[in-house]
Ligand binder design. Structure first.
Ligand SMILES: [Zn+2]
Length: 500
């Protein structure tokens, strides 16, 4: 879709010395490819990304994923690393603690209690300048070498601090002076302006020093850096919202320092000549389960083909879809997803597809695309055949069309697929939307909870159509969670992206 300026792509990392990473930055048009590996050669190795504007200014280090059960910080850092830097240097380590992130647990797997919390392994007040554990030592040596002016470490608490003082969730932990305090106060004001519920507002916690042994405290004490631990709250808040909270806070500070010029909802920066397709995966209210992450992992594994970003209603309302090629709405609740988008967000999605973007809706995302809901997008000429949606969870038989079997390179036109309350559909015969084409049909059914029997067999399970210049794929069951069918969604996405 819209090609965003590519001014940054040649400016990466001159301060590390050209050639240090195996290629000069000019050779590749992909922005911010891995610029180096921390703890290289060990099981802890993790990439860092660095952008040097070439203009004198502060050096800011941003870290995420220090604790493995706090994914929003890692995801936010991974988005922020794409921002073009116009002054100073920004160095991002998005996933500091890769093994803990993979295990989705706070502590470093396999260490005893004392060493397992990475953010207690940095030099403590009044002790020798030594970090502990192989990973802690590697991170500390790297951070010291950068001589940072600022260190911002992105975390998540288990509860919102103003509701539960046992957690530091939804707060900015800092120890500012008169000069730096306004930055934190403004970051607080910006993030709080995005929150409707007064019980969920962030707080500035600046009276006490950040925890002893943390990267931020060590950087403040030993390197003279300005530091802060930014904390969202993972309980009961969708990840897109938490990522955005981090992004808003970091954005305010970087803007104040004059280091960036982009807006806070800029999720993608792309060069005009790259072939990577950018896919937004909706993970706001109304999205549940492990499906979205499975989709992202599958697409990201196709290196050079797809890059994905988590997106929420706020970003969509602010026009972020313009920079993407496709959007995926995963399973959960269609009406709740619609509510999270709000009317203006739904209009943005319709405009996105109408202008040539691809839409893939799975289960709830397929309901969302249908024609017959007041809250729906009405971009697929299909309607549900019954208002009783709780048909249950079952493994059902599917039959793909001959054309789809060949196109998707399936071994057989028959397959078994996981189904969880997805829409049972028929033609809506709308005058405004072109007819859909059936990709696969249900050959068996489930009809629990008093839902009508006999309507699911031979109804379209996977269908596709056009809307304006764009293409829409509706998937009632869950091929992305079914062994043997995991390539179906990427295959249909490719079709969606090949609109003339
Ligand atoms: Zn943490």
């Amino acid at each position: 879709m819209k090609a965003v300026g590519s001014l940054i792509f040649g400016l990466v990392l001159t301060f590390f010395g050209e050639g240090a990473f195996g290629q000069s930055p000019q050779q590749k048009a992909v922005p911010f490819h891995k610029t180096g590996i921390l703890a290289e050669g060990t099981e802890w190795e993790t990439p860092f990304f660095a952008s040097d504007s070439g203009v004198e200014g502060p050096t800011v280090i941003i870290t995420g994923g220090m604790h493995g059960n706090e994914p929003a910080g890692a995801e936010a850092a991974d988005q922020i690393r794409h921002w073009p830097v116009v002054k100073g240097k920004i160095i991002v380590i998005p996933k500091v603690n890769q093994l803990a992130l993979a295990a989705e647990q706070r502590r470093i797997p396999k260490f005893g209690n004392e060493l397992s919390d990475l953010n207690r392994n940095f030099p403590k007040t009044g002790t020798p300048d030594e970090a502990r554990t192989e990973l802690g030592k590697a991170v500390w040596a790297f951070v010291k070498k950068q001589k940072p002016d600022w260190v911002l470490d992105l975390h998540e608490g288990f509860a919102i601090n103003r509701q539960n003082s046992k957690s530091v969730g939804s707060s900015i932990l800092c120890h500012p002076n008169a000069q730096t305090k306004p930055h934190f106060e403004q970051a607080l004001a910006v993030v709080n302006a995005s929150i409707d519920d007064p019980q969920k507002l962030f707080q500035l916690k600046s009276e006490t020093m950040t925890v002893n042994g943390s990267l931020v405290r060590a950087s403040m004490e030993r390197l003279g850096a300005v530091g802060a631990i930014l904390e969202t709250t993972y309980a009961d808040q969708p990840i897109a919202v938490r990522i955005r909270q981090h992004r808003l806070m970091v954005h305010r500070i970087l803007r104040n320092l004059g280091m960036i010029e982009n807006g806070p909802d800029q999720l993608v920066f792309r060069s005009s000549n790259e072939t990577t397709r950018y896919v937004a995966v909706f993970q706001d209210v109304g999205v549940g389960g492990t499906g979205p992450e499975k989709i992202r992992q599958k697409l990201e594994a196709m290196e050079g083909t797809f890059e994905t970003r988590i997106i929420g209603g706020a970003e969509i309302r602010n026009g972020s879809l313009d920079d993407f090629d496709a959007v995926i709405f995963p399973g959960g609740s269609g009406s709740k997803q619609a509510a999270a988008l709000k009317e203006s967000g739904r209009e943005e999605v319709r405009d996105f597809v109408s202008d040539g973007g691809a839409y893939v809706g799975v289960c709830a995302g397929c309901y969302l695309a249908c024609e017959n809901f007041s809250w729906g997008l009405k971009i697929l000429d299909a309607k549900t055949l019954s208002s009783k949606w709780a048909r249950g969870r079952a493994t059902l038989d599917l039959e793909f069309s001959n054309e789809a079997t060949a196109e998707l390179k399936l071994d057989s036109k028959k397959a078994k697929v996981l189904y969880v309350n997805g829409p049972v559909m028929g033609p809506a015969n709308s005058e405004l939307i072109p007819d859909f084409e059936t990709v696969a049909t249900f050959k068996t059914e489930t009809a629990k909870n008093g839902s009508p029997k006999g309507i699911q067999i031979d109804s379209p399970a996977i269908l596709r159509g056009t809307y304006g210049k764009g293409r829409v794929v509706g998937i009632s069951p869950h091929p992305e969670q079914t062994d043997g069918l995991r390539d179906v969604l990427p295959g249909l996405l490719e079709w969606g992206l090949s609109a003339p």
